[in-house]
Design a protein. Structure first.
Length: 605
């Protein structure tokens, strides 16, 4: 609270500020701070001109018109936002250098005039693949002193992960340690990042003395930089019709994998192999009904949805708008403030971090309501704390050249038991149980520039994708078939059983017969006494695989990040050491060089 005794404001101004400040979001506070700084600079400049003071250095340094925008992105969100920022800066007359961190020459960092970092956090607090080398450089002894360098960081993350926005926070702290001057506070974005990210962008423009840029007027330049080809996006998804929904697993399989075909007709949406499709799912109706009953709410009560400002029944809002299956520490902290005395405070107490982590894992909102007796809290107050249900991203399994106006997905149904209840993957269960041909689903394309076929169609490619990780390689081969590409192709594929779990078997066999697919090695882990996975097949073919690498082959990995991707990378390192007579350090450097040359790309989750 502002006090007259320690501020330069009059009492009526203090009263107004005290009314305003608690209502502002963090993003609004940041924008206001940047805006006030900008008009302050403008006022100083105008005053100096009016007094006709002699030209001399002032306490406010001139703002350089050279700006560097660096992004680190695993799925493309940071890249897209970097393009948006760059376009707006160029519209305001700035000279912008925009680059992926892996493409930026780190030894030129000392020459940068204004630096803006946009970066996501991947997995358990790790930098995305194309940010690793720059992250390591900045945290090494080779990093230069950056005395006075104006900078700001936009961090993307997910509050359901323990190390929320850790990579962005690390960059922010390190740049300050090296002497940088933070001109806009770091903003940490959750999965619903659009509003916070846009406010950070406008704060950046204001901090550079461009307060007028807060008026968002699209221009030809910014639209071109953003690559806009459709009116549909993450914030405005397309209502697409489902054409087909098939189970790819055979009789006897304990897995269910859906092949989903979706119409994009009349949408103007374009995608390339390697891109992902965002799908907005619905929560399970049984979970929604049980939550409403546990809270003592009426399902037909009307609720006004934030941001879109539309009225829906409570049941519909909980089904299609609010996330109710994930618990996060920030959410629990807000619920404690709303419902004191429930005992939840003890779980959030200092020293209980491990207990909190164990409780959150695998539990949902219904568990919380039942465990801490939250019944009776008004629906509008409670729902105001919940975040919007985030879209799920799936690697596209089709080539638009092979299937015009369609997009295909490969989705495995997730279900497991935790804390005495069967739990279901939100989107995979929505797709497998409740999405039928003829119905519509909300979708958008998430472009992924970090997972693309080589520009030269003669470049050999090695694709490693067990289970549903094979999806983008169906798109790759479909594209190469349509283009008549002549480069060699090699697919490593694995699953549990040959007879029931060989996804897209007929298509792989056709492509092998026609030469679109040069060779294929498979690993069905439950068909042998000893479990065999794709990394074992790679090691068995180490000589041939190394020869392909020496010929310039590009390697692609898609699938589970926590185990499979690490095991596959370890196998590649072993092959390089064994067949190339390299040390551990040399093998790692070889792989890093491949990554910098876009010859080692991963789409992992």
């Amino acid at each position: 609270m502002f006090q007259v005794t320690n501020s330069p404001f009059q009492q009526n101004q203090v009263d107004l500020l005290n009314q305003l400040m608690p209502t502002l979001t963090e993003g609004q506070k940041i924008w206001l701070s940047g805006y006030l700084s900008a008009i302050s600079v403008a006022a100083v400049s105008a005053s100096t001109t009016a007094l006709q003071a002699p030209a001399q250095p002032t306490s406010t340094p001139a703002i350089s018109k050279e700006v560097t925008v660096l992004y680190g992105s695993q799925t493309g969100n940071s890249h897209k936002l970097a393009k948006k920022l760059s376009g707006k800066l160029q519209d305001q007359g700035f000279q912008v250098t925009q680059a992926s961190m892996i493409d930026f020459k780190a030894n030129t960092l000392k020459k940068v005039q204004n630096l803006f970092i946009l970066v996501s956090t991947h997995g358990e607090g790790d930098p995305p693949d194309n940010a690793i080398s720059f992250y390591e450089f900045l945290h090494s002894k080779r990093a230069p002193q950056l005395e006075g360098l104006p900078f700001s960081v936009l961090a993307l993350g997910d509050t359901s992960y323990e190390f929320f926005c850790k990579t962005g926070r690390d960059f922010d702290q390190r740049l300050e340690e090296l002497g940088g001057n933070r001109i806009v506070p770091r903003v940490d974005c959750d999965v619903d990042f659009d509003e916070a990210a846009n406010q950070w962008i406008e704060s950046v423009l204001a901090s550079l003395g461009q307060a007028s840029a807060a008026v968002q007027v699209p221009t030809a330049n910014s639209a071109a930089l953003e690559g806009t080809v459709s009116d549909y996006s993450r914030s405005n998804p397309f209502q697409a019709t489902v054409l087909e929904n098939l189970n790819l697993n055979g009789r006897g399989s304990d897995r269910e994998t859906r092949h989903l075909e979706i119409s994009l007709e009349d949408s103007g949406i374009h995608y390339e192999p390697g891109d992902s499709l965002g799908v907005y799912p619905h929560n399970h109706p049984r979970l929604v009904d049980e939550l409403i009953a546990a809270m003592g709410w009426s399902p037909d009560d009307l609720i006004t949805l934030p941001k879109i400002n539309e009225e829906r029944s409570l049941r519909e809002a909980l089904t299609s708008y609010y996330e109710i299956t994930v618990l996060t520490k920030p959410l629990l902290e807000q619920i404690v403030a709303l419902t004191p005395g429930t005992g939840l405070e003890e779980l959030l107490a200092a020293g209980k971090e491990q207990e909190l982590k164990a409780y959150i894992k695998g539990r949902d909102l219904l568990d919380l309501v039942q465990d801490y007796d939250l019944e009776g809290v008004p629906a509008d107050s409670f729902l105001a704390l919940l975040r919007r249900i985030p879209p799920r991203l799936y690697s596209i399994a089709s080539s638009s050249k092979a299937y015009p106006d369609e997009v295909h997905l490969t989705i495995r149904k997730v279900h497991y038991t935790a804390s005495g209840r069967v739990r279901y993957g939100v989107c995979s269960t929505y797709v497998s149980e409740r999405l039928e041909p003829g119905q519509t689903v909300s979708v958008f394309v998430q472009d992924n520039p970090n997972f693309k076929l080589p520009a030269n169609s003669e470049t050999p490619i090695i694709m490693i994708g067990p289970g549903t990780g094979v999806a983008p390689f169906r798109a790759f081969l479909g594209e190469r078939e349509e283009n008549g590409a002549e480069g060699k192709t090699w697919l490593f594929y694995g699953d549990q059983h040959f007879a029931s779990d060989f996804l897209y078997q007929v298509e792989w066999q056709r492509w092998l017969k026609e030469g679109v697919l040069t060779r294929m090695d498979v690993a069905f882990s439950r068909d042998t006494a000893e479990k065999v996975y794709v990394q074992h097949r790679m090691l068995e073919k180490s000589k041939e695989l190394y020869q392909w690498l020496e010929e310039g082959a590009a390697v692609y990995i898609c699938g589970d990040e926590k185990k499979m991707a690490h095991d596959v990378q370890a196998a590649l390192i072993t092959i390089l050491k064994q067949e190339g007579s390299l040390s551990q350090e040399e093998a790692e450097a070889y792989l890093m060089k491949m990554q910098q040359d876009k010859r080692y790309q991963r789409d992992v989750y």
